[in-house]
Design a protein around this ligand. Sequence first.
Ligand code: NAD
Ligand code: MG
Length: 385
Amino acid sequence: MEKYLKKIAVLGSTGSIGTQTLDVVRANKDLKVEALGAGSNIELLEQQIREFRPRLAAVYREEKAAELRERVRDLDVTVVSGMEGLLELAVLPETEILVTAIVGMIGIRPTIAAIEAGKDIALANKETLVTAGHLIMPLAKEKGVKILPVDSEHSAIFQCLSGSDGRAIDKLLITASGGPFRGRKKDALAHVTVEDALRHPNWSMGHKITIDSATLVNKGLEVMEARWLFGVELEDIQVVVQPKSIIHSMVQFVDGAVMAQLGTPDMKLPIQYALYYPQRRYLAGERLDFKTLREITFEEPDMETFEGLPLAIGAAKEGGTMPTVFNAANEALVARFLKKEIGFLDIYEGIRGAMEDHRKRENPSLEEILLAEREARDWVESHKF
Ligand code: NAD
Ligand code: MG
């Protein structure tokens, strides 16, 4: 009998989550990569194609796709491009799971297409759920597909809930490292550099999420993500700073019991858990050593200094298109910060400005979400800081 292979597609295979997903595939013998997709890094994509032999590769940038097509002419792989290409990858008949390891809300359309085609989603791409959670969660339910969280906090909560009655949740306790600037006040943040902001204390990740961790926008996005994934009220989500990232998040139940998931900071664990859920598999790597660890400390988040979190909560309370504006403005602002066009605190000013300028639409359709995104990006790109 032929060995069962679980078939997956990885959208964003050349990034931090994408390459670690392929590490998990390499270490396990029963996953088959049917499709790989990336933005423009065709050098790495070519290596990945040669190693994993997918039937389809999607490259967003047309000219890069053409170049890749030449490079892999000797192989039996179809190279597609643009949004059409990402959508083709998302709905590929052979796959069972789509890993959304792409960065930014550009992941919305492929994610929706994959759910419509009945694929389970291993979801790292939090921006998509933040902006379109009201469309995605009901659609997933209707189509009977699983949304399996890959973000470490949400995977932790998902693990804590296994075997429990989800209705008995009292609150979710989302942990945060506090980022590289924890303990600093506003005046000390005005002149931090891109390099300073990219120095995350515990995790090595893509540039955009690393900046989001420094502003605490990431934690704000995660609060919104948790709300959609676990169906809890905003008031029932608390952010707890735990600087060493040992506790990945916790659930408090109505009887007062608190369940936590702990471990060394390694994204391969939540990736592997999502791919094999509900099974657990061996994962090589360091283990926690409680003799040397000695203590785990907690703080409250500094909401006055790190406005990313309160701005996100404000956007979530407003609802409608406001989380999209929060997110799209942030994506555009982080891109400008990384190009050294604006300062660190301008990210907060820009998010606030774009949100104030926006006329909210309730219960937006996909088209209205994409329109609100365009407006927020235009606002940021034309604003003088
Ligand atoms: P990254 O920048 O390292 O990788 C992004 C990937 O997306 C790359 O493969 C890139 O080619 C691809 N991509 C970008 N634009 C594209 C486009 N237009 N078309 C096709 N592909 C495109 O980012 P990352 O750190 O791996 O993060 C990916 C997602 O996972 C983000 O939403 C992030 O918030 C989330 N996440 C990441 C981590 C982490 O540890 N890195 C943890 C939790 C959640
Ligand atoms: Mg996270």
